[in-house]
Design a protein around this ligand. Sequence first.
Ligand SMILES: C[S@@+](CC[C@H](N)C(=O)[O-])C[C@H]1O[C@@H](n2cnc3c(N)ncnc32)[C@H](O)[C@@H]1O
Length: 295
Amino acid sequence: MSIQDTDIETPMSAQAVEEYRDQSLEHWNDAASGWISRQAAIREMFAPVSRWMVEAIDPQPGKRVLELAAGVGETGFIAAQRVGPEGRLLTSDQSEAMIEGARARAAQLGLENVELRTLNAEWIDLPVASVDGVLCRWGYMLMADPGAALGETRRVLRPGGRVALAVWDTIEANPWALIPAGVLVERGLSEPPAPGTPGPFALGSDRRVRELLEQSGFTEVRVEALELRHETASFEEFFQTTLDLSRVFHDAVLGAPEAEIEGMRASLAQRLAPYTSPDGSLSIPMRTLLAAGVA
Ligand SMILES: C[S@@+](CC[C@H](N)C(=O)[O-])C[C@H]1O[C@@H](n2cnc3c(N)ncnc32)[C@H](O)[C@@H]1O
């Protein structure tokens, strides 16, 4: 099943873009409590992605790093430790609720060189050439105009500064998302995303990511794929985690009648059987693309 074909471009109307931006902000503000409650698990599961990205921008002591679409902020906090007390991390996200989660985590880590700001990555409210590195983990593909956001990213980077980003590969390479999405669509609980619209898998093409970076003026572009596993102790933990992290899944499932939820859960458990061990734990493949470039 192909939920989304990334090669088909259907430009959204100006009105659809505005509606999408409003919905995205509401969606992520609503999702923030789930992301905060799962923060430790997210940190552990995705540490290799954050490490790759921070290595790619190689932040030196005293430098200034911007994290875009930071959510509750883990990747940037690694960079904050690397730039040290003379350096600065600006953690940003469009969602105030996510930024509050990031603020609490920065305080817990005792980081004193972090500034937090609500900011839209498609129009970055910073001067030209004001940062040395930019990090953005699983953000650009959710934006109405990722090309504009990458153009803005390049504008705020000093010449020679670096960007590192992660976007999910195709949904077919990510059964942790393909299977729940497929079950929802089959049961009429949600619609497949329209081709060419933003979403978690909208930039799942190394060619497209390279093209977007190069069109924005980045050089020395590299794009790699990284395999991860979504590990949970039980089906119940997988189900609850998906409810907490995916607002689409949350709203579709919790909006359905009780009997429908039971049927949906049974169908999901059956589809996940190939990834379920005899002890009930699940290990499901994930594949992300990682990319870096020089401004
Ligand atoms: C999938 S979460 C990823 C959070 C974090 N980067 C991580 O990897 O854990 C996506 C985040 O992107 C943010 N986001 C989406 N569109 C944005 C935009 N145009 N400007 C700034 N943030 C945006 C959302 O508010 C949300 O916090």
